[in-house]
Design a protein around this ligand. Structure first.
Ligand SMILES: [Fe+2]
Length: 386
């Protein structure tokens, strides 16, 4: 017996010219849109695909292009103020996870009276029940895959150098448009460090203490797809079919995570991103190996199930595919381009306070870890990782 309460209201549109669909969706709500993106997007040639489509359709738009990795409260407040001024009917976020997360936080701030986002974080004064169903319709347009933020009900924001989670079913975007014509500015390293998040989400969701047959289905499919398609996409960064398959893995990871949660890899990565502004996928990779070793040492049973499943899935086509999960993980990482060295060096140079890293690791992501990690366990993982 298991319990399930699945809700995923985001319409997902895939395919050639999927972007054209955006006009019909916008026009259901009005005629002016607020576009949230990074500062590099408007200068990239594919941005014209979106801008000219809106212009041709008589849709007025304004662009807010100040979102960076690990978006801060200041940027979100600035965006929400611009959104209020424009009184737009729809918000569109175009980019990766940080851009979608920022847009969700902006639409929350736009429609809720309290000044501080901190009040709406899952551990805040108002928390999840304080977020009401009066959000401006939000359409996501991913330009890179991995976080699945384009279909998730969560927003990760940095408030006073601490990463916080805002969650509400009302934060789900109404639609996600996946058009690989917009996935053009992708180098091997960006694809790797963003894409690897889908793998960690699938892995942690499969191991989570909340996992169930429904979440397992998506978690396993995510892990297998990441192992199959992410290294292939890193090798051939222009392959549109692979881009779609990695995006599908990202979407599946969220279907799993929204039912079962994540675990210690995400939990320990949060203070590294919050305090040192390390990219999410890089921060996860810094701690992942030691977390996995800890789980193996503590005999987390589902790792054995996973390693058997992966071995059977890959050995027929990859004669060198390892038998043990730690080596399978190394095999996967060796095919990606993720530089953890520079960030580890920067963290060491700046200096870190172990007590605060440990304290901030005891966040909601930890709640679904497969086993309890004591403060000593967490400190020991950080020592090994940094
Ligand atoms: Fe993640």
């Amino acid at each position: 017996m298991f319990s399930l309460n699945h809700y995923q209201p985001t319409r997902v549109v895939f395919g050639n010219n999927a972007l054209n669909e955006i006009v019909k969706i916008i026009q259901t709500y009005g005629n002016n849109v607020f576009i949230v993106c990074s500062n590099s997007f408007p200068a990239r040639k594919e941005s014209n695909l979106l801008f000219s489509l809106l212009e041709k359709s008589g849709i007025h738009y304004e662009v807010f292009n100040e979102v960076t990795t690990n978006p801060t409260e200041d940027v979100i407040r600035k965006g929400a103020t611009a959104l209020k001024k424009m009184q737009s009917s729809v918000i569109i976020s175009v980019g990766g996870g940080s851009v979608h997360d920022a847009a969700k936080a902006m639409k929350l701030q736009y429609s809720h009276s309290s000044d501080g986002l901190i009040d709406y974080t899952v551990t805040g004064k108002y928390s999840v029940p304080g977020i009401s169903n009066n959000m401006i319709p939000h359409i996501t347009v991913p330009t890179i895959s991995g976080t699945g933020a384009e279909v998730s009900p969560a927003s990760l924001v940095r408030i006073e150098n601490q990463k916080h989670i805002i969650y509400s079913p009302f934060l789900y975007p109404i639609a996600c448009i996946v058009d690989t014509d917009l996935f053009t500015c992708q180098d091997e390293e960006t694809i790797s460090r963003v894409g690897v998040d889908a793998f960690y989400q699938g892995l942690e969701c499969f191991l989570a203490n909340n996992s169930n047959p429904f979440s397992d289905m998506f978690a396993l499919s995510t892990v297998v797809s990441c192992l199959k398609y992410l290294p292939a996409l890193v090798k051939d960064t222009n392959d549109d079919s692979l881009k779609q398959l990695v995006e599908l893995a990202s979407i599946n990871s969220i279907k799993g995570v929204s039912n079962a949660g994540v675990g210690a890899i995400h939990a320990l990565s949060d203070p590294l991103s919050g305090q040192f502004n390390v990219h999410h996928g890089v921060a996860e990779t810094i701690v992942a190996k030691s977390v996995i070793n800890h789980y193996i040492e503590k005999k987390v049973e589902k790792i054995n199930l996973l390693e058997k499943h992966l071995y059977q899935s890959f050995i027929t086509t990859n004669k060198d595919f390892p038998l043990m999960f730690v080596q399978q993980f190394d095999w996967f990482l060796s095919k990606l381009v993720i530089n953890t060295t520079d960030d580890i060096k920067a963290i060491r140079t700046k200096g870190y306070n172990m007590d605060s890293l440990v304290a901030e690791s005891n966040n909601p992501d930890m709640g679904t870890a497969p086993i309890h990690l004591s403060n000593l366990d967490i400190a020991s993982i950080f020592k090994q990782s940094l």
